[in-house]
Design a protein around this ligand. Structure first.
Ligand SMILES: Nc1ncnc2c1ncn2[C@@H]1O[C@H](COP(=O)(O)OP(=O)(O)O)[C@@H](O)[C@H]1O
Ligand SMILES: [Mg+2]
Length: 578
């Protein structure tokens, strides 16, 4: 039922295809009746011409069946690929809109496998089991009726195994569902491991961990193999039951039928027709085993797909503004944290919040450095401004407007960010930087941003700013990547700039040059800059010290050096603060 919205647009074709398949399958059931006519008519009358005519009928029936199955295939192939593509696109769109907290929690391989293997299983389900469970059901029903009409005692003999076969199917369904789920989850784990080791290949090689990594892979892959074998055993069991019992019944019917023919209670032609009908039903019955298996896998795939799809995305729209007092331009302008409290959703429930009543006001045009020991929550605090995480309580305002009352589009236009870990995408240098600006931003702005970030090296790359950087920009040095990330932050001339230790990988000379250029930008930008080194701190008008989950002190660098022991220690030049 959950797949229906995706299947709806192609329902007409799918239904037609099923109808065609039913007709094709039932055409096959006419063949035994022609056989009966041949045996009881021309064969009994020793009329060769009649036999040839019968053969011609059989040939025509065979061709009709083949053509109809071909038409079915043609009918479903295109629409089902379309369904798969639609579902994949929806999943991708949805993943993009899910909050960072979701991505913190989910392994990327689990998402990858949902977007690939699971969707492929779904397409196969729509192509085969969905149609053929119906087609085979109808075929078996029609076939059984034909057999009962031919000779009802023989028909009942053939029907005896139906009960144990059905029971086996029900038991099989339940067991197979559990194993299928386990197998698909294990595919996800395996994908995660492969992805991590590809991304971490430098570390793995650098520390000579390729053997242990290969062992970990081997273990996961052996686990998956075990699960797949379990699936195979279950399939073998159901296959054994489904094949053996009906065949035994057909054998019994054959013996009984021959006795009846010998006693002249039954015509030879009827027995031939009866047996060939029974044999024609063999495939529809036997295939039910793997059709059920595929359906179970598809059910699991659907479950996994919707687990990701059911996660609530970030609300794109703005929340209604909360009740508040009269706006006061003097104190409201700029970036303001008011009693901000934050705890990671997956943090230990008993633990104190990471940020506890943070109050900080950065005036318009001011740049504020944020200093604090490692793990004090600086990165977390900066991530709250573009709403990568939601505050647990309290609020953050930009020029007096609560950021939750602002459409995300607008918020992210106003605020630009650069994080400690500069992330680049596998596209050109220019496009990486221009991600930070509205579409259609020109060359001049790009050059300006590159020069502020001291990233002019980009012009000297083989193809200038059109040079493609490798996956994650790993073909560049850490400092180069940081400068491109910084250029991305400033290219859109944001009103608010949030920088999480953006200069950590630069040498002192480059840092000084970036700072000089940043000073010019920062003159009309409100900025919050996480800093470790005194040189970066000096760039800011004031400094805030984050300690114990709150802002412990605010002042100029010199003031804090004199009055605050913790600050003096952090800035004492020992790099232990990182
Ligand atoms: N996604 C997360 N989920 C849970 N805890 C986190 C997450 N990110 C960071 N933390 C925890 O929050 C604390 C502060 O991290 P962070 O803000 O990165 O500190 P800083 O940038 O000041 O070094 C750390 O103790 C860290 O373990
Ligand atoms: Mg940090």
């Amino acid at each position: 039922m959950r797949l229906w919205p995706y299947v709806r647009p192609v329902r007409a074709r799918l239904f037609t295809a099923a109808l065609v398949a039913v007709v094709a399958s039932c055409t096959g059931l006419v063949i035994p009746l022609v056989l009966k006519w041949i045996v009881d008519g021309p064969v009994a009358d020793r009329d060769p011409a009649g036999v040839w005519l019968g053969a011609l009928y059989l040939l025509l029936l065979g061709i009709a069946e083949a053509v109809l199955f071909g038409v079915r295939r043609w009918l479903v192939a295109r629409p089902l690929s379309h369904v798969e593509a639609e579902m994949r696109a929806d999943l991708y769109r949805h993943l993009q809109r899910l909050p960072v907290a979701f991505h913190d929690r989910w392994a990327s391989g689990q998402l990858l496998s949902r977007g690939t293997t699971d969707l492929m299983l779904l397409r196969m389900f729509l192509a085969f089991p969905l149609t053929f469970l119906l087609v085979n059901g109808v075929t078996i029903l029609v076939g059984v009726v034909i057999m009962l009409v031919q000779d009802w005692t023989l028909g009942l003999v053939v029907l005896v195994p139906a009960v144990p076969v059905l029971w086996t199917c029900v038991v099989f369904e339940g067991r197979y569902a559990r194993v299928a789920r386990r197998a698909q989850d294990q595919v996800g784990d395996l994908t995660t491991l492969v992805e991590e080791s590809v991304l971490g290949i430098r570390i793995i090689k650098g520390f000579g961990r390729h053997r242990s990594q290969a062992r970990a892979f081997g273990a996961l892959s052996a686990r998956l193999r075990g699960t797949e074998l379990h699936k195979a055993r279950l399939l073998a069991t159901i296959w054994g039951v489904i094949v053996t019992l009906p065949e035994a019944a057909i054998g019994a019917a054959l013996v009984l039928g021959v006795v009846q023919v010998a006693d002249r209670d039954l015509s030879a032609g009827t027995l031939v027709a009866f047996l060939s009908t029974a044999l024609a039903l063999r495939w529809p019955v036997e295939s039910i085993g793997f059709l059920l298996a595929m359906s179970q896998e598809a059910a699991t795939a659907t479950e996994r797909y919707f687990e990701a799809m059911d996660e609530a995305p970030e609300d794109a729209a703005a929340a209604p503004p909360r009740e508040r007092g009269q706006a006061d331009p003097a104190t409201d302008a700029g970036l303001r944290f008011e009693g901000v409290r934050f705890r990671y959703p997956d943090a230990d429930p008993g633990s104190p919040p990471l940020l506890d009543r943070v109050d900080l006001h950065i005036r318009p045009g001011e740049s504020m450095a944020l200093v604090g020991a490692t793990g004090s929550g600086k990165t977390t605090l900066t991530a709250l401004v573009p709403r990568l995480h939601e505050v647990t309580s309290g609020r953050i305002t930009l020029n007096g407007v609560d950021i939750t009352a602002m459409p995300r589009e607008e918020l992210r236009e106003k605020v630009a960010v650069a994080f400690e870990e500069p992330t680049l995408f596998s596209t050109t240098v220019g496009e990486n930087v221009l991600m930070g600006a509205p579409d259609g931003t020109g060359r001049a702005e790009l050059d300006r941003a590159l020069s502020i970030a001291q990233a002019d090296f980009a012009h000297a790359l083989p193809e200038g700013t059109a040079t493609r950087v490798g996956e994650q920009g790993l073909s560049l040095s850490g400092g180069q990547r940081q400068r491109l990330a910084l250029a991305r932050a400033v290219v859109g001339r944001p009103e608010f700039l949030v920088l999480d230790d953006p200069l950590s990988a630069l040498d002192v000379h480059t840092e000084a040059a970036v700072e000089a250029a940043l000073r010019r930008v920062l003159a009309d930008t409100t900025a919050l800059i996480v800093a470790h080194r005194p040189s970066t701190v000096l760039l800011a008008d004031r400094v805030a010290l984050l300690s114990g989950g709150r802002i412990a002190a605010v002042g100029t660098h010199q003031e804090l050096l004199r009055t605050n022991a913790e600050y003096a220690h952090l800035m004492s030049g020992e790099e232990d603060s990182r």
